[in-house]
Write a protein that binds this ligand. Structure first.
Ligand SMILES: Nc1nc2c([nH]c(=O)n2[C@H]2C[C@H](O)[C@@H](COP(=O)(O)OP(=O)(O)OP(=O)(O)O)O2)c(=O)[nH]1
Length: 131
């Protein structure tokens, strides 16, 4: 069964937070939206709030659930569940990632994404340009 992973599309002042996985993580050096696995007993929103606090030290509020993507990597299958999120408080401090950037929407397609993220970036761009 697919492992559920939630990720945050965090918007602030028209930019989106993107994080680069470290050399020592699965999918090394690829870009992703911060997040992580949903633990037993947690709602998706609870895991997302917890992961974002643990990984980048921000407090966020999940707003809209976009379309989940099921992707098979060589060793596992994940269901990546994206939420747009609003920034509430905190200053970015990376616990695990190699780097981060606040990206312009028009630059999002330039990153080397984890493969599971590509349809999510595409949907997000469609959704945001429709506003
Ligand atoms: N957080 C996050 N993970 C993603 C994204 N896209 C994507 O393919 N992934 C993958 C990478 C990991 O294999 C898995 C997320 O699990 P995780 O971030 O907790 O990874 P982990 O270091 O605990 O991995 P593991 O060795 O325990 O499997 O999902 C994304 O946008 N955000």
């Amino acid at each position: 069964m697919a492992i559920k992973v939630v990720c945050a599309i965090l918007e602030q002042h028209g930019r989106i937070l993107v994080t680069q996985r470290s050399q020592h993580m699965p999918q090394p050096l690829l870009w992703e939206f911060p997040g992580g696995k949903v633990e037993p007993g947690e709602t998706e929103e609870e895991s997302l709030v917890r992961e974002i606090k643990e990984e980048i030290n921000l407090v966020v509020r999940p707003i809209t659930r976009l379309t989940p993507v099921v992707h098979r990597y060589s060793d596992k299958e994940i269901m990546l569940i994206p939420y747009t999120c609003r920034y509430l408080s905190g200053v970015v401090q990376l616990a695990e990632h190699r780097s981060y950037q606040w990206a312009e929407p028009s630059d999002l397609m330039k990153y080397t994404w984890c493969p599971a993220d590509v349809p999510i970036v595409e949907e997000y761009l469609l959704h945001s340009s429709a506003i």
